[in-house]
Design a protein around this ligand. Structure first.
Ligand SMILES: Cc1cc2nc3c(=O)[nH]c(=O)nc-3n(C[C@H](O)[C@H](O)[C@H](O)COP(=O)(O)OP(=O)(O)OC[C@H]3O[C@@H](n4cnc5c(N)ncnc54)[C@H](O)[C@@H]3O)c2cc1C
Length: 384
């Protein structure tokens, strides 16, 4: 129900950042509309590890029990060779020390939990064609006016493109492509188990793990000089990974036509706002899967933005950016250093990483692994 006399906000994108922003805006008394380009809400997707400040934001929203109920009990990370033999594993003890409080769940499950607790209109199959300060033209030709427009439409943000200019000015390509999908296969699911198992060869990584309901989730990552994604992603994956052993042939035989496939990039912008428009989440600060904290930062940014708006609209965008940008930049820098862990460039680097996995039960190594997995960004939730 529209709130009479309330300020009107448009949120573009029903992902983690958009839904969380809508949640906090609604609680703060704004009249909110969310529009989403996809024809229906995007459920499922790839597995994420959710922790850090976003976990605290979810606690403040009262959503932790619902998130816990969707948790996938991933217990370890195992590197295997092309016959499936174990090369190295982060021990359970080390993994628990590293991943203390982490909730592993599907990206869509996190978004769905926020959506289930949200009482604002969501219009799917809609996007924006023009944004002129507060005036928005939608894809169906209708025009409406808002006091606030939040671009939460992800790494390829249209709002950013319309208001701030071409993506090429802001996107930092990290030299890799990635793909993720899941499929039902109870036999493979129980064989793999709730362990993230991966096969790494120089510049290529393919991994999988069991998810609920007898399903398997797969993740692929490879180096590509070209930033442009191929028109036929499934064929490109078969060409790239077709020579690898282990369960690779099984995974490649079920790549869906609509597989999630994208370049791996970060977004780096000097300013996240213009007039009544502000960006949140990956749209202004994608950190990439190498950094692994994007969902957490998306929720944190949403919360910090509304906290600052509630403290006073004048200067709110500047205060929001001043709090968030250092944490985003720190995480991005951490992500770039992590490329060598996830997609090592040579056989000896793969061996070195696997040795670190094997030694991860040792407290010294465990602390090193922990330090290399956790950027220190928790302070972002503290208001000056
Ligand atoms: C393989 C992989 C693994 C990852 N692992 C982790 C992890 O372990 N931990 C972690 O914290 N993060 C992880 N991330 C990052 C995390 O998923 C993202 O940072 C997070 O989803 C960003 O949320 P967002 O809402 O900003 O963007 P998105 O999740 O991309 O949502 C954007 C939404 O906007 C919609 N949209 C797009 N364009 C338009 C438009 N023009 N109009 C209307 N709607 C539009 C999209 O359909 C989508 O629903 C991972 C990412 C990948 C790819």
């Amino acid at each position: 129900m529209p709130k009479s006399n309330a300020q009107r906000a448009l949120v573009v994108g029903a992902g983690i950042a958009g839904l969380t922003t809508a949640w906090w805006l609604d609680r703060a008394g704004w009249d909110v509309l969310v529009v989403e380009k996809a024809p229906s809400f995007r459920a499922g997707g790839y597995m994420i590890d959710f922790f850090g400040p976003g976990h605290e934001v979810a606690r403040r929203m009262g959503l932790l029990p619902a998130l816990e109920s969707r948790r996938a009990p991933i217990s370890s990370v195992t590197s295997v060779d092309s016959s499936g033999r174990r090369r190295g594993e982060i021990s359970t003890a080390a993994y628990e020390a590293v991943a203390d409080g982490v909730i592993s769940l599907l990206r869509g499950d996190l978004a769905e939990v926020v959506l289930a607790d949200l009482d604002v209109p969501l219009r799917c199959g809609t996007t924006v064609l023009a944004v002129n300060d507060g005036v928005v033209t939608f894809a169906d030709g209708s025009v409406d006016e808002f006091d606030l427009i939040v671009g939460a439409d992800g790494i390829h943000s249209s709002v950013r493109e319309l208001v701030f200019g071409p993506s090429s000015s802001f996107v930092r390509y990290l030299g890799h492509h990635t793909a993720a999908f899941s499929f039902r296969d109870p036999v493979l699911s129980s064989r793999i188990g709730y362990r993230y198992q991966m096969l790494t060869v120089p510049h290529r990584m393919i991994g999988c793990y069991a998810v609920r309901g007898g399903a398997v989730a797969a993740l692929m990552l490879y180096r590509s000089e070209s930033q442009a994604v191929p028109a036929d992603a499934a064929s490109a994956l078969r060409a790239r990974f077709g020579d690898l052993g282990w369960v690779t042939p099984s995974l490649l035989s079920v790549v869906p036509e609509d597989v999630y496939y994208d370049e791996v990039s970060q977004v780096d912008m000097t300013t996240w706002h213009r007039g009544k428009v502000v960006l949140v989440g990956d749209a202004c600060g994608a950190v990439s899967l190498f950094a692994g904290h994007g969902a957490s930062l998306a929720m944190t940014g949403a919360h910090v933005l509304v906290e600052e708006l509630s403290a006073g609209v004048d200067g709110a965008f500047e205060r929001y950016q001043a709090r968030m940008k250092p944490a985003v930049a720190h995480t991005q820098e951490f992500g770039r250093r992590f490329i060598g862990w996830m997609a090592p460039a040579s056989s000896w680097r793969i061996s070195l990483r696997d040795m670190a996995f094997r030694l991860s039960g040792w407290p010294v190594v465990r602390n090193l692994v922990r330090g290399s997995l956790m950027p220190d960004i928790d302070g972002v939730l503290t208001r000056a």
